[in-house]
Ligand binder design. Structure first.
Ligand SMILES: C[S@@+](CC[C@H](N)C(=O)[O-])C[C@H]1O[C@@H](n2cnc3c(N)ncnc32)[C@H](O)[C@@H]1O
Length: 272
């Protein structure tokens, strides 16, 4: 089957790995621990019955989890193959659907569908593949009702866990890479693309005036980044201890996470 045209180098890279994405990442306990932390926040923010839009939803793991708990989710992703993988998973579950749509193109989606969602979320750094977040924020504003929460999980810029892991791996170039400004080279599935490590103030500036900041917490402050795999999965007791530390300290140490979960709320500002 031929995929529809991909909209960016990042979408092409994720397209290339879509079929093996779950098989590679799901067994890793560090990824599962970080996902559990995000899901706790999603379940608290969005009550059963809420209609949600997901941005960069990949193969649909979180969407499926939410739908099984009574929420409705429209998953969007820039990679057509990712959307195919998610759609296949959703076949048996009413309440989940998937569309190929880049985060930057949400305004076009809003022009095509009537729905105004009760909330939005994006997990595990999909928005780090987007250089300029302003068109994303403007488009998302059109899709959410006033007061709707938006939970956005992006890479943290100051990540001691990565400093440690990359130092032990003897990859000095990677140690401080998240402190760099502008687009940074990345590679996946043999393809080059760029990521941007968005600072808090850049994210908040892009989200205004349609969204007001409503808190943040670290995801993976003590639980390490996936670069610690497969080693850390061979030490489940250690990981359980690190996850317990995250549960109590990831809020006060929010700036030190592998990821940071930012919570915003849709204001009453009119979408343009
Ligand atoms: C690391 S994966 C995370 C997937 C999923 N959120 C999860 O938690 O498993 C990043 C996702 O972002 C998607 N992506 C990359 N660039 C994007 C863009 N500009 N707009 C929307 N999605 C994008 C990729 O196709 C990929 O599915």
């Amino acid at each position: 089957m031929t995929s529809p045209q991909v909209s960016s180098a990042a979408a092409a890279a994720f397209d290339a790995v879509a079929e093996r994405f779950d098989a590679r990442f799901s067994p890793w306990l560090s990824v599962a621990a970080q996902r559990r932390a995000v899901r706790t926040a999603l379940a608290q923010a969005f009550p059963p019955g809420a209609s949600l839009i997901e941005i960069g939803g990949g193969t649909g793991e979180d969407a499926l989890w939410l739908v099984e708990r009574g929420r409705q989710v429209l998953l969007t992703d820039a990679s057509p193959r990712m959307v195919q993988m998610a759609s296949a998973k959703f076949r048996a579950s009413a309440g989940a659907s998937a569309e190929t749509c880049a985060a930057e193109d949400l305004a076009q989606l809003a022009g095509r569908i009537e729905a105004r969602f009760d909330g939005a979320y994006s997990n595990f750094a999909a928005l780090n593949c987007v250089s300029d977040l302003a068109p994303f924020a403007a488009g998302l504003a059109k899709l959410l009702r006033p007061g709707a929460p938006a939970l956005l999980v992006i890479f943290g810029c100051v990540c001691p866990g990565e400093w440690l892991v990359e130092t032990l791996h003897r990859r000095p170039k990677n140690v401080l890479r998240r402190l760099a400004a502008g687009d940074q080279p990345a590679r996946l599935g043999g393809r080059e693309f760029t990521v941007r490590y968005h600072r808090r103030q850049d994210l908040e500036r892009a989200m205004a005036p349609w969204f007001r900041p409503a808190g943040r917490r670290g995801v993976g402050v003590f639980v390490p980044p996936s670069a610690a795999e497969p080693w850390v999965s061979r030490h489940p007791q250690l990981l359980r201890t690190l996850e317990t530390l995250d549960r109590s300290l990831a809020a006060p140490l929010s700036g030190l996470g592998d990821h940071i979960l930012y919570r915003f709320e849709r204001t009453g500002a009119e979408a343009q």
